[in-house]
Design a protein around this ligand. Structure first.
Ligand SMILES: [Zn+2]
Length: 315
């Protein structure tokens, strides 16, 4: 951004601030207030610009110098995805022998990848992490909640994950989550890692996604089940308890995936031994997001687990 563009940006910000000041303020009070706001805004802008620059540098270093040890992993066409699943998606109809819903909760599981492939993927992740250490690069972790794991989109998996969204997650979404408005037009793909001396669990939360694909890659572990506690709209996320029929504990199986709504509240139970790595793909839809965040409309949608309760109580 040029200096001139910065001036324009600052001018626009100043106009926005001054337009909302009380009209009975004196010029002196007005000036002091505007100067204080401007000083903290400039600091924040410099910080954001520095963050953006260091991230760009990190990504360009990886693009330029990182050489994969298993290049086939980055090509979706070479992913040995379960043939039955692919055939079902090609037919365009749900087969409960292939994609199984857990107790009407809206969590679906299916066999996805061979365990040998999962292990190759784990090896590649370890290789990338070690490469970062060797080259003095500090890894960007997956999100604000997970302190271990990596962001797959950062080292070449972006296109492959995009293909997974288009060929697997979106067709599945059309079959099982019909209220989610396609297309799934962006994603965040990462690996989470749990171990006794690392993150052991993850607290109750929802994902920043319309739909989430979660694949267990390995390795040997006990515990670490995924607990689900009900799908909720924005108004009911934090102020309603799960009903008994909404509560499930899903055991991980290497090579098996589950798909659920981003708004489906869940937690990762503590692992009790070993090490667990899962591939998580948050799939977003700008259309769905726009409807969901329609601030003028606070009505609870039909897909919210609490919506049904309110309806039943009304009757
Ligand atoms: Zn609701």
């Amino acid at each position: 951004m040029s200096e001139n563009e910065h001036d324009v940006e600052e001018q626009a910000f100043l106009e926005e601030v001054t337009a909302h000041l009380p009209s009975d303020w004196s010029d002196e009070r007005r000036n002091t207030y505007v100067q204080n706001v401007l000083t903290s805004w400039r600091k924040h802008r410099t910080h954001s610009r520095d963050e953006l620059q260091s991230r760009e540098k990190y990504l360009s270093t990886i693009r330029q110098y990182f050489k994969s040890q298993s290049p086939e992993l980055y090509d979706f066409k070479q992913w040995p995805i379960n043939e039955n699943l692919l055939a079902m998606l090609a037919r365009g109809s749900l087969d409960s022998d292939i994609v199984n819903q857990i107790q009407s909760t809206g969590v679906y599981t299916f066999s996805f990848l061979p365990t040998t492939f999962c292990q190759t993927l784990i090896n590649e992740i370890a290789y990338f992490e070690q490469w970062c250490v060797d080259n003095g690069l500090e890894l960007y972790r997956p999100n604000s909640m997970n302190k271990y794991g990596v962001i797959l989109d950062h080292f070449g998996f972006d296109k492959c994950l995009n293909d997974i969204v288009n060929n697997i997650v979106e067709p599945l979404t059309r079959l099982v989550f019909t209220h989610v408005i396609p297309p799934l037009d962006s994603h965040h793909g990462f690996i989470v890692e749990y171990a006794m001396d690392k993150d052991r669990k993850l607290d109750f939360h929802v994902d920043d996604a319309a739909v989430t694909l979660n694949v267990c890659l390995g390795t040997d572990f006990t515990g670490g089940q995924l607990y689900f506690g009900g799908v909720r709209c924005v108004s009911h996320i934090s102020n309603t308890k799960p009903r008994t029929d909404e509560e499930i504990y899903l055991e991980h199986q290497v090579g098996t995936a589950c798909i659920h709504l981003g708004n489906h509240r869940h937690r990762a139970m503590p692992i009790t031994s070993g090490r667990r790595l899962n591939l998580i793909l948050w799939c977003r839809s700008a259309n769905f997001y726009a409807v969901e965040n329609n601030h003028g409309n606070n009505t609870c949608p039909t897909w919210c687990g609490f919506h049904q309760i309110e309806k039943k109580e009304d009757i």
